[in-house]
Write a protein of this length. Structure first.
Length: 264
């Protein structure tokens, strides 16, 4: 994309996109809350704003279609669900927004606004009783999760997934320069140790993978990440940190060690 003020820096293959990846023809996008941690700083916020601007024409078309579907609701209910959709439009990329649109319309017809409010109160109180830290990032994440979780998750999974969110919030609480650099290096490290199949299952679609590379290019430049810093990291630590799913052993070598993508 290369549209922001921060220069693109090639980090010696670390940011080079792999070719001929086995992307599935149809894949469910990754959940908005599935990230292992959040990098919340100027570069990532600018990047999201630029992506939103690029997707705006398509998002506007989708919004018009959603609002037409909501038009036959009672006025109070219509205003409630219109506001909820505009919130989702603010936080979600187009791919996820499109994926969630049918479920959103189903909820708008079958879930009373009072029920939405009550479930949010439960989630909010639950999060308040967890030790997830404080600060602007945690406060923003908690607010976004509380509002969106009721729309994304069924009642029988809500608390379990709120527990997972609390882990995400704790991991993301410290947004210092030191921790931001460490998180960037972990992401670069992950791109190197994942097999092609794991990479496709992690990102689900080529566009998400490409955007990750573009953002990491900007972040690496801004925080002066050196290739040697990433290569010195111990392999496997990222898997332990994010709790990535285990994949079949077909990618292991005859010695029993999992193959990784070469750096050159």
């Amino acid at each position: 994309m290369k549209i922001l003020k921060y220069p693109y820096v090639d980090r010696s293959n670390l940011l080079q996109a792999r070719s001929d990846l086995p992307w599935p023809e149809y894949a469910r996008p990754r959940s908005y809350w599935s990230a292992p941690f959040i990098i919340d700083e100027e570069v990532s916020r600018d990047f999201k704003a630029q992506c939103d601007e690029i997707e705006k024409p398509q998002k506007d078309l989708l919004k018009d279609q959603i609002e037409q579907e909501l038009f036959d609701l009672a006025s109070t209910k219509r205003r409630f669900w219109t506001a909820e959709y505009r919130f989702l439009e603010k936080i979600l990329p187009l791919s996820l927004l499109t994926f969630y649109a049918p479920s959103f319309l189903y909820l708008s017809r079958n879930m009373p606004p009072r029920q939405v409010t009550q479930r949010r109160q439960v989630v909010r109180k639950y999060i308040e009783n967890q030790n997830i830290g404080s600060g602007r990032t945690v406060s923003k994440l908690s607010s976004y999760f509380t509002r969106s979780s009721v729309l994304f998750f069924p009642a029988d999974r809500l608390i379990r997934l709120t527990d997972r969110f609390c882990i995400l919030a704790r991991r993301s609480a410290d947004q210092s320069v030191r921790m931001t650099r460490y998180r960037i290096m972990l992401k670069l490290h992950l791109l190197q140790v994942m097999t092609d199949q794991e990479l496709c299952e992690y990102f689900r679609e080529h566009q998400s993978y490409q955007r990750e590379l573009e953002l990491l290019s900007l972040l690496s430049s801004r925080y002066k990440i050196e290739t040697t810093e990433v290569l010195r990291m111990t392999f496997g630590k990222f898997d332990q940190l994010v709790g990535l799913p285990k994949y079949p052993d077909k990618e292991k070598t005859s010695s029993g060690r999992r193959k990784t993508r070469p750096l050159a």
